[in-house]
Design a protein around this ligand. Structure first.
Ligand SMILES: *Cc1c(COP(=O)(O)O)cnc(C)c1O
Length: 421
């Protein structure tokens, strides 16, 4: 393998998404040198356009006051509608199937109100072992809310002994054998810890076959993988927008509800005025009449400043296209894996699956000993990644703003650290 810096520069020169890098703001060290930012799986970088588009809304507020709700090209009253099409393209859905609202964990709860409908015979929730804590708390509290003991109702599907990631066939087998009492399967699209991308299509089919509903937490998948939520027949999904979607800290969340449920008034849900059909919303009807599709799950009027930041980010995805983003992501991770192979170390091991279809932009590097110290040393040398207890360094090259030279710089710092030991 050619491990020279020039090789990385060559790859960058040939990258069709290269120009997008200029549209983002990079944190820099005291000398002004851009940091090696490989943390888009945790907090994506700020697009240059974000400030401008947020300023436009501040300006409209100053000029129009309350009339901003109905005036201009994107009035606040229907601001979420402007986002529906481009967001639908990112997650592989129709515009009716997505809505931008609230935040991730809130949306998971709201959707579980509708899609976790336990009965004594079928009340269990299947999740992946090692799911993100917020998701575990959310499902446990939903089980408890319905009167079940979470220790019994929540089942964690674990990898085989000695393996780090779940095999799809084991998930499907398990559903076939034990799925009769599973009301809901809730998985991450990409596991936040291992970086494993699940085969959402096969898992959805197996869970449906077993008679359950299926939801995905796409925190680490939206803006990362090529998703086809509609075609895969997923029942519901939720995601945050501050990771790969670059929409700012605590940014507004997203939700997907399959078309099959678009006009189902019987589906229980927690309602609020913003989910009411827009033509009667301001008549303040006595009875709630849900708007068609995912938008019918909205509760409150939209947080416009956060929505504006999301809009700036989504416009960039629309110009680049998810296919190109995914293609470059695959090339970046493959490049990094090749470089890592060239480091002679007795303690580093990539635990993310080697099958390209089973990973996104993140590689999780297990450090057998001294992981914390290594991570601190990398930070001192300008690398921004993150460390997850007990022993994993997560590195993600985000295709819209990271290039091959970023990956090379990270690798070089890591290599020098290992050589010095
Ligand atoms: C980032 C992340 C969250 C964070 O939830 P918020 O409600 O946005 O704070 C939840 N679940 C997963 C899997 C995540 O990766």
């Amino acid at each position: 393998m050619n491990t020279s810096r020039d090789r990385a520069r060559e790859l960058d020169a040939r990258d069709p998404l290269r120009a997008f890098r200029q549209q983002f703001l990079f944190p820099a060290d005291e000398t002004g040198e851009p940091l090696i930012y490989l943390c888009g799986n945790s907090l994506g970088l700020e697009p240059r356009r974000t400030r401008e588009i947020v300023d436009e809304e501040l300006d409209r507020w100053a000029r129009l006051g309350v009339e901003g709700h109905f005036e201009g090209a994107a009035p606040w009253f229907s601001y979420h509608e402007v986002l529906a099409e481009p967001v639908a393209r990112i997650v592989g859905a129709t515009a009716d199937e997505v809505v931008v609202m609230n935040s991730l964990t809130t949306n998971l709860h709201l959707l579980m109100v509708s899609f976790y409908r336990p009965t004594p015979q079928r009340h269990r929730i299947a999740i992946e072992a090692g799911a993100f804590p917020s998701d575990r708390y959310a499902v446990a509290s939903q089980a408890r809310f319905h009167g079940y003991d979470p220790d019994e109702a929540v089942v964690e599907l674990a990898p085989r002994d000695g393996e780090v990631t779940l095999r799809t066939e084991d998930v499907c087998d398990w559903l076939e054998r034990h799925g009769e009492d599973v009301a809901l399967l809730l998985f991450g699209g990409v596991n936040y810890y291992s970086g494993q991308a699940h085969d959402m299509e096969r898992i959805t089919a197996a869970a449906h076959e077993a008679g359950g509903t299926v939801g995905f937490d796409l925190a680490h998948a939206a803006g990362n993988l090529r998703l086809r939520l509609h075609d895969w027949d997923v029942d519901f999904a939720a995601w945050c927008t501050y990771k790969y979607l670059n929409s700012g800290p605590g940014g507004v969340g997203g939700a997907f509800v399959h078309e099959r449920f678009a006009d189902d008034p019987e589906l229980p849900r927690f309602a609020g005025w913003w989910g009411n059909a827009p033509d009667t919303r301001f008549e303040m009807p006595e009875r709630f009449a849900a708007q068609r599709g995912a938008a019918g799950w909205q509760l409150s009027n939209a947080p416009i400043l956060a929505m504006a930041a999301h809009r700036a980010a989504v416009e960039i995805f629309d110009r680049a296209g998810m296919d190109a983003v995914r293609e470059k992501s695959l090339a970046l991770t493959e490049y990094l894996l090749g470089l890592l192979d060239e480091i002679d170390s007795d303690r580093l091991e990539v635990i993310t699956p080697s099958d390209p279809a089973a990973r996104g932009s993140q590689l999780s590097i297990r450090v057998a000993h001294g992981g914390r110290e290594l991570f601190a040393a990398l930070r001192d040398d300008g690398v921004i990644g993150d460390f997850r207890e007990p022993d994993v360094i997560r590195i993600a090259a985000a295709p819209l703003y990271n290039g091959f030279e970023d990956v090379w710089r990270f690798w070089n710092v890591l290599r020098e650290n290992e050589l010095r030991r």
